[in-house]
Design a binder for this molecule. Structure first.
Ligand SMILES: O=C(O)CCC(=O)C(=O)O
Length: 271
């Protein structure tokens, strides 16, 4: 039986307010480092996206070859699908709802640093099945987020198919915790197909073991302050012809480093 928490309080002088689901997600990500939100995608669009995902992956394997991808442990990832896949990949990276949430977490400008299709294969180890931060090798904490990731769930994320494990609030600790702590505190985030799982990029997480007979598919996005270099240069690999200025900014078109001093000076606003 559900036993609801008390609603009364005493001795409280300050209180956060969360008046809508986005604010509530922001409050939870700030405190615990994770939340889920529905993307609002229709069933028809989601089914069509599943086909886009699979055909894009098949094409990618054909382009780069099974051998190269296997030997680099890249067989379960498709890098930067929005640069070579159907437009639906750009659409899930630029969802208004998602960007408004990220805008409440990262202060000031942010860019898309990377987009990766991820496949958690049935009954096999895979490259994301080890604990990591999405800003790997970093052991500092920041007072407000500098990078946020958003995993678009192509399939339901369930305990059985290896839904993402996280360590709540670990974005606030410098060190990776002990195995005893992990055993006691790791939880799995179950989510519906079409949801985004949003994480502070400094939260330790790992894909779980998929004990079903089907792959569990997702598309991970990392959004960062513009100071970080992109995983793969997006402006050089995307046709900007039909993109709005806002989307170009999000994809980093304004933030490539100037090639020389004259380039830098030309990029400055005129007084
Ligand atoms: O597959 C997952 O659940 C986790 C994905 C992940 O850790 C990542 O893409 O950084």
């Amino acid at each position: 039986m559900f036993n609801p928490p008390p609603t009364a309080s005493y001795g409280v002088l300050q209180r956060a307010t969360s008046e809508n689901p986005i604010d509530l997600a922001v409050e939870q990500i700030s405190a615990l480092g994770y939340a889920t939100i529905p993307s609002g995608i229709s069933t028809k669009e989601l089914n069509s996206f599943k086909n886009d995902f699979d055909s894009n992956r098949a094409q990618y394997i054909e382009t780069f070859g099974l051998e190269k991808l296997s030997s680099t442990d890249e067989l379960n990832t498709v890098r930067a699908p929005l640069t070579h896949g159907p437009e639906s990949f750009l659409k899930i990276a630029t969802s208004e709802k998602l960007l408004s949430l990220i805008g409440k977490l990262i202060h000031g400008q942010f860019i898309l640093n990377q987009q990766n299709s991820i496949i958690n294969p049935p009954k096999k180890q895979y490259n994301q099945g080890a604990w990591h931060r999405d800003l790997p090798y970093q052991h500092f904490t920041s007072s407000s987020p500098i990078a946020i990731n958003a995993i678009f769930c192509v399939d339901d994320f369930t305990k059985d198919n290896g839904a993402t494990f996280i360590l709540p609030a670990s974005h606030k600790s410098n060190k990776f915790p002990s195995s005893e702590y992990i055993d006691k505190n790791a939880i799995q985030i179950e989510a519906n197909a079409g949801d985004y799982i949003i994480l502070d990029c400094m939260l330790f997480h790992a894909g779980g073991f998929n004990s079903t007979s089907f792959s569990r598919r997702g598309v991970n996005h990392v959004y960062t302050i513009p100071f970080f270099k992109q995983q793969i240069n997006l402006p050089d690999n995307i046709d900007a012809k039909n993109l709005s200025e806002d989307i170009k900014n999000l994809l980093g078109f304004r933030y490539s480093e100037p090639k020389n001093i004259l380039d830098f000076l030309d990029s400055r606003p005129k007084m």
